[in-house]
Design a protein around this ligand. Structure first.
Ligand code: FUB
Length: 437
C-alpha cells in the first residue's frame, strides 16, 4: 500500500481510521492504533495464531462499540468467516472498517446499544471494590462487592494478584446518592476452612435471615463456596464452620424465583478452577475444552430450605447458539468464563456472565431457571482492566447494571471500583448493549 514518506506510521493509521470512522473518539483511535502495533510486535512469536485471533476479536469489539452498527450476532459471524478465510493478518482493520461502514451507512445497524453520553464515575471510592452483587432489601439497594487490596506478591493468569481478605457491605437509599460503607462484615481470619482469595460474593434473604455467600481457597488451595448469616442485610455475618458440601469453584450468584425456590449459579475458569472438576473430583491437570467441543459450565444447584446446603447435585447449564448448538470451547467471545448472574424480566430468565479473555458481559435466556439457555447478545462491552463482572437489579421501576472497572487506580487490574448505570431493554426483550466508553 502506498504511504507518503513524510507521514509517520501512527498518523497514517489514524488517517485510515478517521476515513472509515469519521466520528471515532481520540481514546478509541489510541486503543485501535495500540492494538495494531501490538499485533505487529507479536507477529514473530510461536502462538501467533491465538494472539492474532484474540487481537482480531478485540479490535472488532472496539470498532463495533464505536460505530454502533454491528450487532452481537454479526460480530460472531465476522469472526467465524475471517477465521475460515484466514483473514486475520494485515487487512483486519480494513475489513472491519468496510463491514462496519456498509452496515452503518445503509442503516441496517440494530438499535440495540445504549452509549453513555459521558463517563460514569466510580460509585464506591473510599476503598477499592469489585464484583458488585446488588439487591433490594427493605426498599434500599445493598451492594455486596469484593474488597480489592494492593497485596499482590505474584501476578499471573490464575489471578494470584486478587488476594482479598475481607468484605464490606454498602447501601443506598436512593439511586444517585453516595453509598454508605457499613465497614468490614467478614474477615478471612474468622473463616475456619478458608486460607486465601476472598473473591466475588453474593447475598440472599429468606425466612428472616440474610445469607452471604463467598468463594475462597480452602486449606488445600481448592476454591470452595462458604456461607455466613446475619439478621441484618448490612451484616456483620457469622460464617458456618465449613464450606457448602459439594461446592467448588467461584462466583456464587443466588437467585430466588417467584415460587420461592432458590438456586445458586457458580463457576469460573482458570484461577476459578472450574475446568479441574469432573464428576465431583478435582484434577489439577485438567484443561477446559477447546475447538468444537461444547464449552464448560456454569453450574446450578437448588438451595435447601435453610439456604445453607445444596438440595440437588450441581448440574452444568447448557448455553446454546441460535441454531440450538452448544456454544463451543473456542468461541471465546460467547463461552462462559465466570461472573454468573441471574435475573427475571417479564417471565424470562436472563443468565448473564463474563466471557473472561474477551472481557465482555453477555447474556442468554430461557423459560426455565436451569436452562438450557440461548445466547442473545452483549450486555457490557470491555471496561478498563482485565476482569468484567456485574449484577442486574430492578429498583423503583428502573433496571440497573452494577459493574466495575479500574478508573480509580488508573488501570491497575486488581484495584477496581464499582460503578452503576441504567440498563434498557428493546421491545423484543433483548438488552441494549452498554458501551462503557
Ligand atoms: O475478584 C476476583 C475475581 O475477578 C472474581 O471472582 C471474578 O469474577 C473476577 O471479577
Amino acid at each position: 500500500m502506498y504511504r507518503h514518506p513524510f507521514i509517520s506510521r501512527k498518523i497514517y493509521f489514524t488517517g485510515i481510521i478517521l476515513l472509515f470512522f469519521p466520528g471515532t473518539s481520540e481514546t478509541a483511535i489510541h486503543e485501535i492504533t495500540e492494538y495494531h502495533f501490538l499485533q505487529r510486535k507479536i507477529r514473530n512469536t510461536s502462538d501467533i495464531y491465538e494472539k492474532q485471533l484474540s487481537y482480531f476479536k478485540d479490535l472488532i469489539i472496539i470498532a463495533s462499540g464505536q460505530r454502533n452498527s454491528v450487532s452481537a450476532e454479526s460480530l460472531n459471524q465476522i469472526i467465524k468467516t475471517a477465521v475460515k478465510m484466514k483473514l486475520i493478518k494485515s487487512f483486519t482493520l480494513l475489513i472491519i472498517s468496510v463491514i462496519s461502514c456498509i452496515s452503518g451507512c445503509s442503516g441496517k445497524g440494530k438499535p440495540d446499544e445504549s452509549r453513555q453520553s459521558e463517563p460514569v464515575q466510580p460509585l464506591i471510592t473510599d476503598i477499592y471494590s469489585a464484583d458488585p452483587s446488588a439487591h433490594v432489601f427493605n426498599g434500599k439497594i445493598y451492594i455486596y462487592p469484593s474488597h480489592d487490596i494492593d497485596d499482590a506478591e505474584v501476578s499471573d493468569k490464575n489471578g494470584s494478584q486478587y488476594n482479598m481478605k475481607d468484605y464490606h457491605v454498602f447501601s443506598m437509599e436512593k439511586m444517585g446518592t453516595v453509598p454508605k460503607d457499613h465497614g468490614e462484615v467478614l474477615n478471612i481470619k474468622d473463616v475456619r476452612w478458608a486460607s486465601q482469595f476472598m473473591w466475588a460474593p453474593d447475598a440472599a434473604f429468606k425466612n428472616g435471615t440474610y445469607y452471604f455467600y463467598f468463594p475462597a481457597h480452602d486449606k488445600k488451595g481448592i476454591f470452595r463456596i462458604g456461607v455466613a448469616t446475619s439478621k441484618n442485610p448490612e451484616g456483620p455475618f457469622t460464617p458456618e464452620p465449613s464450606y457448602i458440601p459439594g461446592s467448588f469453584s467461584i462466583d456464587p450468584a443466588v437467585f430466588t424465583d417467584t415460587d420461592g425456590t432458590s438456586y445458586m449459579y457458580f463457576g469460573g475458569l482458570w484461577g476459578g478452577q472450574m475446568e479441574k472438576w469432573t464428576d465431583g473430583r478435582f484434577d489439577a491437570e485438567q484443561k477446559e475444552p477447546y475447538g468444537s467441543s461444547p464449552a464448560l459450565g456454569p453450574y446450578v444447584a437448588k438451595m435447601s430450605d435453610d439456604m445453607l446446603t445444596f438440595a440437588s447435585k450441581p448440574q452444568m447449564i447448557s448455553i446454546l447458539d441460535q441454531d440450538g448448538n452448544p456454544i463451543t470451547g473456542s468461541d471465546n467471545s460467547r463461552r462462559f468464563f465466570e461472573a454468573s448472574w441471574m435475573h427475571k424480566y417479564k417471565d424470562t430468565y436472563y443468565f448473564s456472565y463474563s466471557t473472561g479473555d474477551t472481557h465482555m458481559i453477555v447474556y442468554a435466556t430461557s423459560d426455565k431457571p436451569t436452562g438450557p439457555f440461548t445466547y442473545r447478545g452483549i450486555v457490557l462491552l470491555p471496561v478498563t482492566g482485565w476482569t468484567n463482572h456485574h449484577s442486574i437489579v430492578e429498583f423503583e421501576g428502573k433496571w440497573y447494571l452494577f459493574y466495575h472497572d479500574c478508573t480509580l487506580s488508573k488501570g491497575t487490574d486488581h484495584l477496581r471500583n464499582v460503578k452503576v448505570t441504567e440498563l434498557f431493554y428493546n421491545s423484543d426483550g433483548t438488552i441494549k448493549t452498554i458501551d462503557p466508553i
